[in-house]
Ligand binder design. Structure first.
Ligand SMILES: NC(=O)c1ccc[n+]([C@@H]2O[C@H](COP(=O)([O-])OP(=O)(O)OC[C@H]3O[C@@H](n4cnc5c(N)ncnc54)[C@H](OP(=O)(O)O)[C@@H]3O)[C@@H](O)[C@H]2O)c1
Length: 264
């Protein structure tokens, strides 16, 4: 039966997932997909209003719970892990999505902004993985490993800075962290992969498209697919990485960019 093979390979029904920054932008595309796929989903963010509104919107499809934490602080990262442990004895899927972007001329990059970018985009995923290892390992097996999906960026793969010095370096380092942890954690039945998105609609992309006249059209012209990314594009990739279909894949970094890097 056709339906059976889809179910066997791609079903996520009954899995527990955490998506950081899961109420907005790319994170909202991912959390919506996971809830619709039958996962019990936790989303985190700073904005309670946005988080609870998104969770309510998803209630018609399944289970989504918002937990409020500012992940710029290491204490709050620990608090998120403790919060999650109150709700669930295990975690099948962790999506490290929360992130921040900045682009400015070389001479203007401040020490403080550099540290903020590196902190949220790199240190936070590391500390969160560290804190969540017991939950991730709780139900993981060789046949069905737990999955960590780090949201990197094509900004961490391409040579051009476009002024995003700290951002690009934080994402390149997150890709490297993905490979290192994949190597360290496979023996503990935890797969670690990264998705490096190209351009997806979000507050982040709207911010820099607004800042530079015609940038949106210029970028669109450089994407062989002729469009920006969608919920189906990133949702489909996450379903693959998190399901039986992706169980044999770890340590990968996939540019999900409509051919921007690989086929232009
Ligand atoms: N959109 C793209 O085209 C694109 C391309 C490549 C990579 N990415 C990556 O995708 C991820 C999401 O980006 P996006 O485009 O969706 O950006 P966004 O719209 O700005 O969303 C950022 C998310 O992170 C959360 N967040 C930000 N600062 C936080 C903090 N200090 N503590 C906790 N949560 C925080 C935000 O929630 P609150 O504001 O409620 O805290 C929000 O949910 C990022 O890692 C980004 O680098 C995006």
């Amino acid at each position: 039966m056709v339906a059976d093979i889809y179910h066997e390979l791609f079903s996520l029904k009954g899995k527990t997932a955490l998506v950081t920054g899961g109420a907005k932008g790319v994170g909202a595309l991912i959390s919506t997909t996971l809830v619709r796929a039958g996962c019990r989903v936790f989303i985190s963010g700073r904005s309670r209003e946005a988080g609870e509104r998104h969770a309510e919107q998803l209630a018609a499809y399944g289970s989504c719970t918002f937990v409020q934490h500012d992940l710029a602080s290491a204490e709050q990262v620990q608090a998120l892990a403790l919060d999650l442990a109150q709700h669930s004895a295990s975690l099948d899927i962790l999506v490290n999505n929360a992130g921040t972007f900045n682009a400015e001329p070389l001479g203007s990059v401040s020490e403080q902004r550099w540290d903020e970018l590196m902190g949220l985009n790199l240190r936070t995923p590391f500390l969160l993985i560290q804190a969540l290892l017991p939950l991730l390992g709780a139900q993981a097996s060789n046949a069905d490993p737990a999955r960590i999906i780090n949201i990197g960026s094509i900004g961490g793969l391409m040579p051009q800075s476009n002024g995003a010095y700290a951002y690009g370096c934080s994402k390149a380092a997150l890709h490297q962290l993905t490979r290192m942890l994949a190597s360290d954690l496979r023996g503990r039945h935890i797969n670690v992969n990264a998705i490096a998105p190209g351009y997806f609609p979000s507050d982040m992309t709207a911010g820099f498209f607004d800042a530079v006249p015609n940038l949106e059209q210029t970028m669109l012209g450089k994407i062989p697919a002729g469009r920006f990314g969608s919920q189906e594009d990133i949702g489909g990739m996450v379903i693959f990485l998190a399901s039986r279909a992706g169980a044999y894949l770890t340590g990968s970094i996939t540019a999900l960019d409509g051919g921007f890097l690989g086929a232009a």
